[in-house]
Design a protein. Structure first.
Length: 485
């Protein structure tokens, strides 16, 4: 009797326990289904017929928990984006450049405290030591070479090489600021790191990263693309939105270091998992690459070596975005939750940073400790200076041709519709490059701005009061000197 009763209790208990497991599993399945539907909603605008889009992958505990493609990788051929589609990830590449430098340091072939002129003697002596660490943390003060190319009239559709980039950097006679005294994002630093990798290891960054990072982590669809004719299997093309449709926007620049990694969301999450496993580099390497930089003043930065660090909704994060041509990228990691989102897009206005955070909001809803930041309150709006009225005679003083030896370019300024206008740029190849006929808005005597381009012209006058030249400030490049021809 006791035995039968005991068996009955055991059976009932087992049944209840089984029902509990079933309900728990069902609950998890329902939660997962809701989360994936919510994630799909984040990309709903890119799922319309004929649209470029994004690839998404989210991982937790080292396992991909959701991945999907939205939109087309190739509009002409109607090829859909999948989690295996390969994208140019722009500046998200910088962490791989940092990793290559730190691996060379681990091999005893360099130190991040080395003066960069030890490896790059063609650079000018600016009277301040610039170290490899300054390059890694964007505290070198070097002018951004991509901005310099743009200011020199180099079209982004042109083919440019390491030699072109090194030449224009080496022609700069001044820094934006003394090394270590400030922080300003500079692609020049990371491009120069690629040159250092080649000169120290005897291998291109493409070869070094393949052997030391991509192959060990089985990132079989990842490469530094350093030749504009190089074929990349499963690569999606990139596009800009234009009236009535889309326009192709794929760069032919051949420089690496600051960008140029081509990869998929699946491969990116293999790299992301290395920040937990330490398979490549080990614990000391992981600590060093994620250590925030510091200024000479002792101020700690929110930038490590090719990585931004900070907090979002109460959770610690590490991330970096990328933008090149029509490609956009974001790799976002929450280390304490062992959760990451990779979002790669082939449409210039796709905004993967925003979408990656929206996906994180969905999957980490329970862990998020603070409300979502209100939209449009990033505090980055620039104060617009008032326009100062100038007479025709005053404007005429600024007309003429002005030459920059640092850019090997001549700017022609003229008067159109009672406005001072940048009419064209003649660069070192001797060709005239018609600008967008940019109108310079006067904000003071001898001071003009081009608001949409972020340009500031500060004109100089000689002892007789005549306009003799100007200093050009352009975001990541400051103090370029032009003299009247």
């Amino acid at each position: 009797m006791m035995s039968s009763s005991g068996n009955l209790v055991n059976k009932v208990g087992a049944g209840i326990f089984g029902l509990t497991i079933l309900l728990t599993v069902d609950g998890l399945a329902n939660a997962q289904e809701k989360a994936t539907k919510a994630a799909d909603e984040v990309f709903a605008d890119l799922s319309k017929p004929g649209s470029p889009g994004c690839a998404l992958a989210a991982a937790r505990g080292g396992k991909i928990i959701y991945e999907k493609g939205y939109g087309l990788a190739n509009i002409e051929e109607h090829v859909p984006i999948t989690p295996q589609t390969v994208f140019d990830i722009g500046s998200t590449s910088k962490q791989f450049t940092s990793a290559s430098i730190l691996l060379l340091e681990k091999q005893g072939k360099l130190s991040v405290q080395d003066d960069i002129r030890k490896y790059l003697p063609e650079l000018p002596d600016y009277g301040h030591q610039i170290t490899i660490l300054h390059l890694l943390n964007h505290t070198s003060g070097l002018r951004d070479y991509l901005t310099l190319f743009d200011l020199a009239g180099v079209n982004t559709d042109s083919v440019t090489t390491d030699d072109d980039a090194l030449a224009i950097i080496s022609r700069q006679t001044a820094l934006n600021f003394a090394p270590g005294s400030d922080w300003l994002y500079s692609n020049s630093g990371f491009f120069l790191l690629s040159v250092i990798v080649k000169r120290v290891s005897g291998k291109s960054l493409r070869e070094f990263a393949a052997e030391n990072i991509f192959e060990p982590l089985q990132m079989r669809h990842t490469v530094f693309r350093n030749e504009h004719t190089q074929l990349v299997p499963n690569r999606g093309l990139a596009y800009d939105l234009k009236e009535g449709g889309y326009a192709l926007n794929v760069s032919y620049f051949e420089q690496t270091g600051d960008g140029a990694v081509h990869t998929s969301v699946e491969d990116l999450l293999k790299w992301d998992e290395n920040f937990y496993s330490g398979q490549v580099g080990g614990p000391a390497f992981l600590e060093e690459i994620q250590e925030p930089g510091k200024l000479n003043s002792g101020k700690t930065l929110d930038y490590a070596k090719g990585l931004f660090v900070g907090r979002y909704r109460g959770l610690r994060f590490v991330d970096h975005g990328g933008s090149w041509g029509g490609y956009r990228a974001q790799l976002l990691r929450f280390p304490d939750q062992h959760f990451s989102v990779a979002c790669l897009c082939n449409l210039a206005n796709a905004d993967p940073e925003k979408r990656a955070h929206q996906v994180a909001d969905i999957f980490l809803a329970v862990e998020m400790k603070e409300p979502k930041p209100p939209a449009g309150t990033d505090g980055k709006a620039r104060e617009k200076k008032e326009t100062i009225p100038l007479s025709a005679d005053q404007l005429n003083a600024y007309r003429g041709k002005f030459r920059s030896e640092e850019l090997l370019a001549t700017y022609t300024l003229g008067i159109e519709d009672a406005k001072l206008v940048l009419q064209n740029i003649q660069n070192g190849d001797g060709f005239l490059h018609a600008s967008q006929r940019l109108a310079l808005r006067p904000v003071g005597l001898n001071a003009f701005v081009v608001d949409d381009e972020g340009l500031e012209f500060i004109f100089d006058r000689d002892a007789n009061g005549n306009v003799s030249g100007f200093q050009l400030n352009a975001g990541r490049t400051k103090g370029l000197s032009f003299h009247r021809k």
